[in-house]
Ligand binder design. Structure first.
Ligand SMILES: N[C@@H](CCC(=O)N[C@@H](CS)C(=O)NCC(=O)O)C(=O)O
Length: 222
């Protein structure tokens, strides 16, 4: 039975694992999650109580949380490339950058977009401003520390890059990269030119009409 990813093509965290699956090459199928439908939401929550996408299913076993899913894939289905290096300190570096992209880029981006999904009168300007200023701090951190390493932690594409691609894709629409971010901008261009990332963007394209900032998306992605 192939791996199954319960996911949605527009979801940033689903992209993170889809990129890993495309890189790995293991056969998998997807099952579309519709959290807007109460019945489908309840069925999804019955699989794992947080009801956060994606969930990975392997022969009836449910694996939650994207970083754990990618490590699971790497351990149980070693494929085209290793998304975690073998050496212990190198693994820590990948896990660190995976956390940094999730917590300091994905989270503020999600917080901003969540406000946009509310009726205008119920939006909280403080939360929205804080999200954008948090993104600027994260961009500075990436610009200063990413160097010219190719990928997030060095020469090899890893789980950290799987996290970076969707986080930066959507964050750059919420808060464009500031002038004077050449390393961050170059890293982003390398990410979006990666075939696994091109593929998730192409698969999401029919759904971009449902993204609240679709009009702010660069034309090349629409
Ligand atoms: N820490 C989780 C975060 C997953 C997450 O936030 N997924 C979003 C979609 S990008 C979600 O399910 N949102 C729906 C909701 O919060 O109701 C992970 O890494 O798997």
């Amino acid at each position: 039975m192939p791996l199954k990813l319960h996911s949605h093509p527009l979801s940033s965290y689903c992209w993170k694992v889809l990129i890993a699956l495309h890189e790995n090459g293991a056969p998998f199928e997807t099952s579309m999650v519709n959290l807007g439908d109460p019945v489908a939401r309840a069925a999804f929550a019955a699989l794992w109580p947080t009801a956060k996408m994606p969930l990975l299913e392997d022969d009836g076993r449910i694996i939650p949380e994207t970083s754990i899913q990618i490590e699971y894939l790497d351990r149980h289905y070693p494929g085209g490339i290793a998304l975690l290096p073998a050496q212990a300190d190198a693994q820590l570096d990948v896990r660190l950058w995976d956390r940094l992209f999730d917590l300091y880029v994905m989270s503020p981006m999600q917080a901003f977009v969540a406000q946009l999904l509310r009726p205008e009168a119920e939006r909280d300007a403080l939360t929205m401003n804080k999200a954008r200023s948090d993104l600027l701090v994260a961009y500075r951190m990436i610009e200063d520390r990413i160097g010219d390493r190719g990928w997030a932690t060095g020469a090899d594409f890893s789980m950290a890059d799987c996290a970076a691609a969707p986080a930066l894709f959507y964050a750059a629409i919420v808060q464009p990269f500031p002038e004077g971010s050449p390393r961050l901008s170059a890293y982003f261009e390398r990410l979006i030119a990666r075939p696994s990332v091109e593929r998730v963007i192409a698969d999401a394209r029919p759904f971009f009409q449902y993204f609240p900032l679709r009009d702010a998306m660069p034309a090349r992605f629409r």
